[in-house]
Design a protein around this ligand. Structure first.
Ligand SMILES: Cc1cc2nc3c(=O)[nH]c(=O)nc-3n(C[C@H](O)[C@H](O)[C@H](O)COP(=O)(O)OP(=O)(O)OC[C@H]3O[C@@H](n4cnc5c(N)ncnc54)[C@H](O)[C@@H]3O)c2cc1C
Ligand SMILES: *[C@@H]1O[C@H](CO)[C@@H](O)[C@H](O)[C@H]1NC(C)=O
Ligand SMILES: *[C@@H]1O[C@H](CO)[C@@H](O)[C@H](O)[C@H]1NC(C)=O
Length: 473
């Protein structure tokens, strides 16, 4: 047909998106079949690369993410072509994609790894910032340098990291839940992380002075036992719980409205944010850290993709979408196979890497008509990260996700040092949260994987005077 005539070139594999999922998929395809012509189509000049990869245990992996010029990939894989343009449309019938600069490329197998984009609170607004995952703390600091007060909206990992990194500026943090870090933690862990937000005032907006060192050494879990004289810069920090954004307006809009009762500083801030708890705050800018929306739209028109409730492209246990020869991996997709009882999808770097890698293997297996089974990495959810300068390990159903009321929790907590939580269901360990240097991750990972009956051990499981590794060796 018409479309087929305009195809500039047909590749065996076309991957869309230069994030962790797309790049890992390209690397996998190019190393498994070096003679295959592969195209990576990506909107930006840079790609994301995994560096310092380290396998911490059977399931846990740790790595850094860096932006690199795409040429690095082309040098490594001579049969790879990087096309710098955004995909505008996909024609699954003719097996081709069209880019924003009007070029058309054919594919035998396509993998969509277009990621997600930050959910924004409003339409374009110069005072509302969405941030990208590779924006470093320093870069963000630069944008912050002239700000006296910012409002951070959102309660996921991004917001957690952000509020911890901000220095020398007042932060108002609006979270929709009863506790901070709801995506990752229960209220207990949240409290462990912010000793300055103590039990007696979790529901109230509790402005508290959060002292921080001005030297490079961060005050881990900053506590208010520090006093002046220690060379501290004081930071004003407060949390507004259980509220969302009602409205955002400029100082002019504020002055023209009936909102004069708000605050003494009427009109002196560039932007105002009204929360659903009735409070309004003026600030220099608002940071939107409310999660991402899968970037699926450019691919939908004229095709017949099954979409999940969260807007992601549904994929099966071979990372295949509902359209023939079209795969998807990373933030853009929603895992719709029957999950292992110990795994859940979370839009994180680790999963983007695992999915991209596995999608590449599935595409090759498909081309070679070989069978392939769902990879072992999807057996157990595992994530290792840092929050508030503490090492954090999350395993399995770490927050009792989907378990119903009949699960049991064991908790051990040493203030300022470690927080250990174990989730048990039917006497078997199904999840864990480890904060601090607990050294328990491998043992717990094994206990979760082998689903041993732990009833005989009871609370001894977390007795710090018992070396549990000895139990199970
Ligand atoms: C601020 C922030 C902080 C985060 N911090 C962490 C963290 O500390 N740890 C962690 O594990 N996870 C973190 N995440 C989540 C993590 O960034 C994502 O899960 C991960 O990057 C997803 O990878 P991806 O390859 O699927 O998509 P992305 O990294 O989003 O890459 C998508 C790629 O597709 C390209 N693209 C999009 N549309 C098109 C198109 N139409 N045509 C061509 N190319 C297109 C984009 O340019 C981009 O190159 C964070 C996310 C955010 C927003
Ligand atoms: C690139 O592909 C060609 C054939 O398509 C093959 O001969 C060549 O060896 C490939 N290059 C590498 C580095 O594998
Ligand atoms: C705010 O408005 C009130 C009355 O409208 C006025 O008296 C007051 O001076 C204003 N404050 C500032 C800081 O502009």
């Amino acid at each position: 047909g018409d479309m087929a005539d305009k195809v500039e070139k047909t590749f065996k594999f076309v991957i869309v998106g230069g994030g962790i999922a797309g790049v890992t998929c390209v690397e996998q395809l190019s190393s498994q079949i070096p003679s295959a012509e592969v195209a990576l189509i990506t909107a930006g000049p840079h790609i994301k690369a995994v560096t310092n990869y380290k396998q911490v245990s059977k399931m846990l992996e740790e790595f850094d993410v860096e932006e690199r010029p795409a040429s690095v990939l082309e040098e490594k894989f001579p049969n790879l072509t990087v096309i710098h343009s955004a995909v505008k449309s996909l024609h699954t019938q003719s097996h081709s994609v069209e880019t924003a600069d009007g070029r058309i490329f054919g594919y035998e197998k396509l993998c969509i790894c277009s990621g997600g984009r930050p959910k924004l609170l409003t339409q374009e607004n110069p005072y509302v910032l969405g941030i990208r995952d590779t924006d470093s703390a320093q870069e963000f600091q630069k944008r912050l340098s002239k700000a006296k007060r910012i409002v951070v909206v959102g309660n996921g990992g991004i917001a957690l990291e952000l509020v911890y990194e901000v220095e020398g500026c007042e932060v108002i943090w609006a979270v929709k839940d009863k506790a901070i870090g709801n995506t990752f933690f229960d209220a207990g862990a949240a409290q462990f992380l912010i000793p300055s937000l103590e039990a007696e005032k979790p529901e109230r907006a509790a402005p508290c002075k959060r002292p921080r060192y001005t030297t490079e050494e961060p005050a881990a879990g900053a506590s208010h036992t520090f006093t002046a004289g220690l060379h501290l810069s004081l930071l004003l920090f407060s949390v507004e719980y259980q509220c969302e954004v009602e409205k955002i307006f400029t100082s002019e809009e504020l002055l023209n409205s009936q909102q004069q009762t708000l605050r003494p500083e009427n009109g002196s801030w560039p932007v105002y944010i009204q929360l659903t708890n009735g409070k309004t705050f003026g600030c220099d800018f608002i940071v939107s850290a409310t999660g991402v929306v899968p970037n699926a739209e450019p691919f939908l028109y004229g095709n017949n993709f099954a979409l999940a409730d969260d807007g992601g492209l549904q994929v099966d246990d071979h990372m295949m979408t509902s359209e023939p020869d079209v795969y998807a991996a990373g933030d853009v997709c929603t895992a719709c196979w029957e999950h292992s009882p110990l795994w859940q999808q979370m839009r994180l770097w680790t999963q983007a890497r695992q999915m991209g890698w596995y999608a590449g293997r599935c595409m090759v297996a498909d081309i070679l008509s070989e069978p392939i089974e769902l990879d072992f990495c999807f057996e157990l959810f595992s994530h290792i990260t840092k929050f508030f300068n503490y090492k954090v390990v999350l395993l399995g159903k770490f927050n009792g996700q989907g378990l119903g009321p009949d699960h049991e929790l064991l908790v051990r907590c040493t203030k300022g040092q470690e927080y250990v939580k174990v989730v048990l269901s039917g006497g078997r360990m199904v999840g864990a949260v480890l904060i601090g240097e607990t050294d328990l991750e491998e043992t717990f990972e094994n206990l979760i994987l082998n689903q041993m009956d732990l009833t005989p051990y009871g609370e001894e499981l977390l007795n710090p005077n018992v070396d549990i590794e000895d139990y199970f060796d």
